[in-house]
Ligand binder design. Structure first.
Ligand code: ADP
Ligand code: ASP
Ligand code: MG
Length: 473
C-alpha cells in the first residue's frame, strides 16, 4: 500500500492540549492542515500523574482510585462541555464513562495483585490518552474536520517490559499502515493515542513517561512520513532548559546526534528514545510552540549545524552516583560485565561511568527514579563487594557535535565550575566528544548550568519577556 504523500505526523504534548483553550488552539492548527496528517496526542497535562496516584493509593489500600477517577472525569467533562455540541457531547460522555470504568477495574485488579498486574498498570496509566484522543477528534468533527480517535495499543507492538516497552518495528509496520493509510485516503484525520502500545498478545504496554514523542517518531518512520512535528510549550530545542536559564536561545538547526544527546541527558522537550526512529529513516523532526505556531521552531536533521564548540547545556537534576567495589580477586572487568548486564536487562539509563582500576571500583550515575530497579539488579551480582550511593547529586552535560577537535572544553568546564566554588564529583567525556558530563551536588546544579551557559557564550542578549519562572535557584 503506498502512502498518500506527503504524510505529516503532528504530536501535541500534554500542556498543548490542556483545557478548552489548549484543545481549541490545537484544533485551529490542525483544521487547515490537509488530508495527510496523522495526529498523536499525550494525555492532558497532569492526567497521567493523577491516574498513577490513584492506582498507587489503591495498591496500598487507600481510597485514591475513586478520587482520581473523579478528577479525571471532571477535567474532561469541563473541556468537552465548552467545546462540544449536544450529539458529540453525549457520545464523548459515554466513551468517558467506559474509559473510567476500565480504569477503575484495572486499578482494583492491580490492588488485588493479580498475576497480570503489570499490564493493568500500563492500561490504567495510559487511560488519559484514550480520553484526549477521543476529545480532540470530537472537537475537530465539531469544526467540520473528519477525524477519528485511534488506539495505538492496536498499532504499535512492543515487548512486555514494564513501563518502558521496546517497540517491535517489523511487527508494527503492517498494522500502522493497514489502519492509518486507508483513513488518510478517505480524507479522515486519525488522532492517535501517544504513550500506549501493546504486545502481540493484546496486553497494553507503555513507552515510558514522556513517551508520546517516541510514539510520534515511530509512526513517522513506519508510515513513512515526510516530517514529524512535535508541538510543545517552548519555541524549540533551546541552548538550555528555559526554566533554569532565563536567556536560553533557540537552536534553529540541530543534528540527530546532538538531539539524541540532549534528550538522553535530560532535555525533556524530546523523549530520549524519540530521535532514533526518525534518524534511521532520515525523517526531519520539527519542534514547534503551540502558542506561537508561526515561529520557525527547531529542525532536527542529519547534518551537523552551527559553528564549532558547545551548543547546549543540559541537566539531569535528580541523579544518583553509585560507587561499586569488586570482591577481592574478582577484578574490575568481571564486576563491570555483571553490573552492566543486569542494568541492560532492567533498562537502566547509564548517564556516566568512571573507574579506578587500582581500587577495583566502578562509578555509575543514573537517574534517581531508576535507583530501586538498579538496586534490584545489583542484588543479583556475585562479584560486588561494597556499594555506596550518593543520591543528592545532579548531572550537568555540555552537548555539541562540533566539539570534536575543539581543544580545552573540559578544562574550561572545570574552570567555570571552580570559579563558582562548585565541586565536581565525577566527570566523563565520550571519545565521540558529543557530550561532556559532570556530576555535581544537587544544590549546585542551577548555578552550574547557568555558569556553563554563560562561559560558553550560549545566551541571548536579553531575557525574553515571556521567560518561564526559574525553578532552580
Ligand atoms: P510536552 O508536554 O509538550 O511533551 P514537556 O514538558 O515534556 O512537553 O517538554 C517541554 C519542556 O522541556 C519545556 O517546557 C522545558 O522546560 C523543557 N526543556 C528542558 N530542556 C530543554 C531544552 N534544552 N530546550 C527546550 N526545552 C527544554
Ligand atoms: N502522558 C504520558 C506522560 O505523562 C506520556 C506523555 O506525555 O508523553 O508521561
Ligand atoms: Mg513530553
Amino acid at each position: 500500500m503506498t502512502s498518500p504523500l506527503p504524510v505529516l505526523v503532528m504530536k501535541f504534548g500534554g500542556t498543548s492540549i490542556l483545557g478548552q483553550r489548549g484543545m481549541g488552539r490545537v484544533a485551529e492548527i490542525l483544521a487547515p492542515s490537509g488530508p495527510s496528517t496523522v495526529t498523536v496526542v499525550s494525555a492532558m497535562a497532569g492526567t497521567t500523574d493523577v491516574l498513577l496516584r490513584g492506582v498507587r493509593s489503591a495498591a496500598t489500600g487507600g481510597s485514591g482510585l475513586e478520587e482520581a477517577a473523579g478528577t479525571v472525569r471532571e477535567d474532561h467533562l469541563r473541556v468537552a462541555g465548552v467545546l462540544l455540541g449536544g450529539r458529540e457531547m453525549a457520545s464523548f460522555a459515554d466513551h468517558l464513562e467506559d474509559v473510567i470504568s476500565g480504569y477503575l477495574a484495572h486499578g482494583a485488579l492491580l490492588a488485588a495483585a493479580n498475576s497480570k498486574g503489570r499490564c493493568y498498570l500500563e492500561a490504567a496509566a495510559s487511560a488519559g490518552e484514550l480520553l484526549s484522543a477521543a476529545l480532540l477528534a470530537a472537537v475537530l468533527r465539531e469544526r467540520g474536520v473528519a477525524a477519528v480517535p485511534v488506539d495505538s495499543a492496536e498499532l504499535l507492538i512492543t515487548d512486555d517490559h514494564p513501563q518502558a516497552a521496546l517497540p517491535l518495528v517489523a511487527q508494527s509496520r503492517e498494522r500502522v499502515r493497514g489502519r492509518l493509510l486507508p483513513l488518510l485516503r478517505i480524507g479522515t484525520l486519525p488522532v492517535v493515542t501517544g504513550f500506549r502500545a501493546g504486545t502481540a498478545e493484546g496486553e497494553v504496554t507503555t513507552l515510558g513517561r514522556g513517551g508520546s514523542d517516541h510514539s510520534a517518531t515511530l509512526l513517522g518512520a513506519l508510515l513513512p512520513a515526510a516530517e514529524v512535528w512535535i508541538w510543545t510549550d517552548v519555541d524549540g530545542l533551546l541552548t538550555a532548559d528555559p526554566r533554569v536559564v532565563a536567556d536560553a536561545r533557540l537552536l534553529p538547526e540541530v543534528s540527530y546526534s546532538e538531539a539524541m544527546e540532549l534528550s538522553y541527558f535530560g532535555a525533556k522537550v524530546l523523549h530520549r528514545s524519540a530521535v532514533p526512529p526518525a534518524a534511521s529513516a532520515a525523517i526531519p523532526i520539527r519542534i514547534k510552540n503551540t502558542m506561537r505556531p508561526q515561529g520557525p521552531g527547531t529542525v532536527i536533521e542529519g547534518r551537523p549545524a552551527g559553528p564549532g564548540g558547545v551548543r547546549a547545556v543540559t541537566l539531569v537534576e535528580e541523579a544518583c552516583l553509585m560507587t561499586l567495589t569488586a570482591s577481592p580477586g574478582a577484578g574490575l572487568n568481571r564486576l563491570a560485565a555483571e553490573v552492566f548486564d543486569g542494568f541492560a536487562d532492567a533498562r537502566i539509563t547509564t548517564l556516566l561511568v568512571t573507574q579506578s582500576s587500582a581500587e577495583e571500583v566502578v562509578c555509575v550515575a543514573i537517574p534517581r527514579v531508576e535507583l530501586a530497579a538498579a538496586r534490584d539488579a545489583l542484588q543479583r551480582t556475585t562479584h560486588l563487594w561494597a556499594q555506596d550511593f550518593q543520591d543528592q547529586v545532579s548531572v550537568v552535560v555540555l552537548v555539541g557535535e562540533a566539539m570534536r577537535g575543539t581543544a580545552g572544553i573540559a578544562g574550561k568546564m572545570f574552570g567555570a565550575l571552580g570559579e563558582q566554588g562548585i565541586n565536581v564529583i565525577a566527570i566523563s567525556q565520550g571519545s565521540s566528544e558529543l557530550a561532556v558530563a559532570a556530576v555535581v551536588q544537587r544544590q549546585d546544579v542551577g548555578d552550574a548550568v547557568r555558569a556553563l551557559h554563560r562561559v560558553f557564550g550560549l545566551g541571548g542578549s536579553d531575557v525574553r519577556p515571556d521567560a518561564p519562572p526559574q525553578v532552580l535557584r
